[in-house]
Ligand binder design. Structure first.
Ligand SMILES: *Cc1c(COP(=O)(O)O)cnc(C)c1O
Length: 235
C-alpha cells in the first residue's frame, strides 16, 4: 500500500470513529480530499483508492488537473471537483465551466457571474456560502449578519444551487474556542435549512479538527495534509 493510500484509509477511519462517537451514521459525512499544490498523479492515486471528491484552491492549477484527469483513460467514474479558494471576478468563467462546486462564495457579484457563466448544458453549479466565523477582518467569508441576505440572493440565481455553508475557523489551541465556532456554524446551518430545506452541506473540519467538526454536525470535512502530506509550496 502506498503512503497516500494508507493516509487516506486512516482519515476515513478517523471519520468513522468520530461519527460513532457522536452517534452519527458515517455516511452522512463526506470527505473532500484537498489536493492543492499536489500533482495530478497524486489525485490519480487517491482516485485508485476510491476517493471521488477533490478540492482545489487555485483556478489555473485546478483546471490543469481537471483536464489531465478527464483525458486519462484509467479514470472511468466522474470526479466531483470543488473550488474552495478565494475567487476573483476575472477567473469566474473558468470556474463556472470546469468545477462542480464552489464553496467560497462570500459576495453576490461573484455568485452572479458564476450563474451567468455556467454553461446551460451543465447542471447548476453547487454553492456553499463561506462564513467568516472568527470575525477576522483579514479572512474571507461573509459575516454572520450578512449570510441570511446573501443566501436569499444566491438562491434566486438560475445557474446555481445553494447547498450549504463552509467555514475555516481561525486555528486555536483552545478546544473550547474551536468548539464554540462549530456550534455557531451548526446553529446557522439549521436556521438556514428552515428556509432552504434542500440544503444538505455543512462544510467544516480540516486535518487538525475534523473530529471536533464531526461531533458538531459537519457533513463534509475538507482534508489536505492528513491525506497528501505537507503542501508542496506555500499556499
Ligand atoms: C487547504 C485547505 C484545506 C485543507 O487543510 P488541511 O489542514 O491541509 O487539511 C481545507 N479547506 C480549505 C478552504 C483550504 O484552503
Amino acid at each position: 500500500m502506498s503512503t497516500l493510500t494508507k493516509q487516506l484509509t486512516n482519515v476515513l477511519s478517523q471519520i468513522e470513529q468520530a461519527a460513532v462517537a457522536a452517534n452519527r451514521d458515517s455516511h452522512e459525512i463526506k470527505l473532500l480530499a484537498v489536493s492543492k499544490t499536489k500533482p495530478a498523479e497524486q489525485v490519480k492515486l487517491a482516485y485508485a483508492a476510491g476517493q471521488r471528491r477533490f478540492g482545489e484552491n487555485y483556478v489555473q492549477e485546478g483546471i490543469e488537473k481537471i483536464q489531465a484527469l478527464r483525458q486519462d483513460a484509467d479514470i472511468a467514474d466522474p470526479i466531483e471537483w470543488h473550488f474552495i479558494g478565494p475567487l476573483q471576478s476575472n477567473k469566474t468563467k473558468l470556474v463556472a465551466e470546469n468545477f462542480d462546486w464552489v464553496q467560497s462564495i462570500d459576495r453576490l457579484k461573484i455568485a452572479q457571474r458564476l450563474s451567468d457563466q455556467r454553461p446551460t448544458e451543465l447542471p447548476p453549479l453547487n454553492i456553499c456560502l463561506q462564513v467568516n466565523i472568527s470575525g477576522e477582518a483579514s479572512k474571507s467569508g461573509t459575516t454572520l449578519s450578512q449570510v441570511i441576505e446573501l443566501a436569499s440572493q444566491v438562491s434566486e440565481l438560475p445557474g446555481l444551487k445553494l447547498r450549504g455553508i463552509m467555514a475555516i475557523p481561525a486555528p486555536s489551541d483552545d478546544l473550547q474556542v474551536l468548539n464554540d465556532s462549530f456550534v455557531q456554524l451548526h446553529r446557522l446551518y439549521l436556521q438556514l435549512q428552515q428556509t432552504y430545506p434542500d440544503m444538505d452541506t455543512l462544510s467544516m473540519g480540516m486535518s487538525d479538527d475534523m473530529s471536533v467538526a464531526i461531533a458538531n454536525g459537519s457533513t463534509m470535512v475538507r482534508v489536505g495534509t492528513a491525506i497528501f502530506g505537507a503542501r508542496d509550496y506555500k499556499s
